[in-house]
Design a protein around this ligand. Structure first.
Ligand SMILES: [Zn+2]
Length: 97
């Protein structure tokens, strides 16, 4: 299975330097870091990162803390997706027994 290509986006500023793996890793982080997130107070996606761990909603002007590069833990979302994908397989095994 070929590995999925990661779009470099903002990491293109490094040009041909520093290697593919490192740049792909940084691209994933910077994409989340620079994107707008949903506000936990007014539910509009106007939250942007001000500084490390500081997030600011441009609609309701709420300033609050989060993760350094994202609003919430990224790994949690991935685990949920993996669990959902694995769950039907486990049920199938149980039926066979
Ligand atoms: Zn808000």
């Amino acid at each position: 299975m070929a590995k999925e290509t990661v779009k470099l986006g903002s990491v293109k500023r490094f040009g041909p330097r520093y290697g593919r793996i490192v740049k792909e890793r940084l691209a994933k982080i910077e994409k989340v870091q620079h994107s707008k997130h949903m506000c936990p107070y007014c539910r509009s996606s106007k939250v942007k990162r001000q500084a490390v761990g500081i997030w600011y909603c441009r609609k309701c002007k709420a300033k609050f803390t989060g993760k350094a590069y994202s609003l919430k833990k990224l790994s949690v979302q991935k685990e949920k997706k993996e669990e959902a994908a694995e769950a039907p397989k486990e049920e199938a095994v149980a039926e066979e027994e």
